[in-house]
Design a protein around this ligand. Structure first.
Ligand SMILES: Cc1cc2nc3c(=O)[nH]c(=O)nc-3n(C[C@H](O)[C@H](O)[C@H](O)COP(=O)(O)O)c2cc1C
Length: 211
């Protein structure tokens, strides 16, 4: 298995995918599990990972994604969406899940529950969605790194019309909004981007040490 650094150097944002190579069920399951294990603020996991395989739906999404070919050509397309209504109900569901998982009575979690509900109440709905979006990006980061370790390629995308994506995927009625997208599969040897050297600022320019 590649080390993290080997994986990070191997990976690149893939533009052209091999249309004949598909992720196995095991690979997809492993990636989705890694994403669900991503950390989130308070542990609330305000995300949904929408796996789109239907070719007709993906053709529509491509039109709403500035024609990016990876939307239809990659093995799988994962749309990261967030809950539009982050309210006490989500907190209650989470607290129940903590209680069930750790065998702790819900009453013993009251302090934590009130703290989260208080923090949410102090935000506008727009701020809550913004907060949820930040959590979704953590899951995207986990996908990018996990996939690279498994020698699976990812093309992350912000270049799409979220409103049109929501409409095509019927997210409105699920109370969700799409935020970021990842094409997942295997690079085509013809992808011109394979040969591009990584452009990164030197560490000295990026890392600030305060001693
Ligand atoms: C959140 C995010 C959104 C991105 N959106 C797009 C996109 O819509 N289309 C695209 O071709 N590349 C997109 N990229 C790829 C970046 O351009 C790429 O990560 C960056 O140039 C660094 O190159 P590398 O990922 O190959 O190391 C996106 C990357 C990230 C992390």
């Amino acid at each position: 298995m590649k080390t993290i650094l080997e994986a990070m150097k191997w990976r690149y944002s893939t533009n052209k995918f091999d249309t004949n190579k598909k992720l196995s069920t095991e690979q997809l399951t492993e990636l989705l599990e890694a994403m669900t294990l991503a950390p989130s603020s308070y542990g609330l996991q305000p995300w949904k990972f929408i796996v789109v395989t239907n070719p007709e739906v993906r053709a529509k999404l491509q039109a709403a994604g500035y024609g990016q070919e990876k939307i239809t050509e990659a093995s799988h397309l994962i749309v990261f969406a967030v809950e539009k209504n982050i309210d006490d109900k989500l907190v209650d569901t989470y607290i129940q899940s903590v209680s069930d998982t750790r065998s702790v009575p819900v009453e013993n979690l009251k302090g934590y529950e009130d703290m989260i509900k208080g923090a949410i109440a102090r935000q506008t709905n727009e701020q809550r969605i913004e907060w949820a979006t930040r959590q979704a990006y953590i899951a995207l980061g986990v996908l990018v790194v996990s996939a690279a370790q498994m020698e699976i390629d990812v093309g992350p995308m912000e270049g799409f019309d979220p409103k049109k994506f929501d409409e095509i995927l019927g997210l409105e009625k699920l109370g969700l909004e799409s935020k970021v997208v990842a094409a997942v599969g295997f690079r085509s040897p013809d992808d011109p981007s394979i040969q591009y050297r990584k452009v990164r600022f030197p560490k000295e320019q990026v890392v600030v040490e305060i001693k």
